[in-house]
Design a protein around this ligand. Structure first.
Ligand code: LIP
Length: 268
């Protein structure tokens, strides 16, 4: 049965309150300082006690309020259903564990594989980035829009680094971005970086390999803020990780040429 407008509005309000609650838990641990590292899932892929605590809070709250919805989180996995919550409890864990203030709570709600609600909360800056499909994008309730940048030589581009893609490709991408005159940056949180694109503070976010929980909320923010993105199917490849492209329209064409040059050089 399709969700009514009231159902979606109630889920949206629920998700905003939950993201804020989760941010408070993350900040409790973050303010304690010290080395929060607990387990290394892989090379430079950390998870802390705070990730698990936030993950548990979010999963239990969703299960209590919406028991028939599916839940997929970075730290606990889960099932994809007709209606699914896709959550990264702390995106940017590497920063969080080192006491670096660049991380966010990312909560997306998908219906039939289409993201209908996207929430990215930066608890350090206390910035609640929200979007509902077809209803615009907001930061702390104020409408936000991607930048008006038209010249790639004046663009600020965040290029995230993933060890799941060849290092040589990443270095070649940086070379082409800098050669094109872009300002390059890498803050270590895709969700927060996509929110910065949606807010117009930077002009694009690209990364070679990310998971649905890192990006679904942020991609909706960018789309509803007037930006261009690559699709990210939750069902199918999206579960195994995909490349992500999000940009203000004015630099989309030259930036896609810079990013796509990668694939051309790799093809036999
Ligand atoms: C992180 C992403 C970031 C990527 C990191 C890591 P996590 O997610 O947000 O863009 O470069 O390798 O995957 O693991 O902190 O939730």
């Amino acid at each position: 049965m399709p969700l009514s407008e009231i159902d979606l509005t109630r889920r949206f309000d629920f998700a905003v309150a939950l993201a804020r609650q989760a941010g408070a838990v993350a900040m409790h641990h973050f303010r304690k300082g010290g080395d929060l590292r607990t387990v290394e899932k892989g090379p430079q892929d950390l998870v802390t006690i705070a990730d698990h605590e936030v993950d548990c809070l979010i999963r239990h709250s969703i299960a209590e309020h919406y028991p028939d919805d599916g839940i997929l989180t970075e730290e606990s996995g889960g099932m994809i259903a007709a209606r699914t919550w896709v959550v990264d409890p702390i995106d940017g864990t590497g920063n969080f564990a080192r006491g670096i203030a660049s991380f966010a709570i990312s909560i997306a709600f998908s219906v039939g594989g289409t993201t209908e609600i996207g929430i990215v909360y930066d608890p350090v800056a206390d910035e609640m980035f929200t979007a509902r499909r077809g209803h615009g994008a907001f930061c702390n309730g104020a409408p936000m829009h991607v930048s008006a940048t038209q010249d790639i030589r004046r663009a600020a581009v965040e290029a995230g680094y993933s060890r799941k893609a060849p290092l040589a490709d990443y270095l070649a991408l940086l070379d082409r971005l800098l050669d094109a005159g872009c300002e390059f940056m890498q803050f270590g949180s895709a969700a927060r970086g996509l929110a910065q694109v949606a807010s117009g503070r930077i002009d694009a976010y690209v990364e070679a390999h990310l998971f649905a929980w890192d990006v679904l909320a942020g991609l909706l923010l960018v789309e509803e803020a007037g930006g261009r993105t690559t699709g990210f199917p939750l069902i199918g490849d999206g579960q195994y990780g995909l490349a992500v492209f999000a940009s203000t329209p004015g630099i989309e064409t030259p930036l896609r040429a810079i990013v796509d040059a990668q694939r051309k050089t790799r093809q036999p």
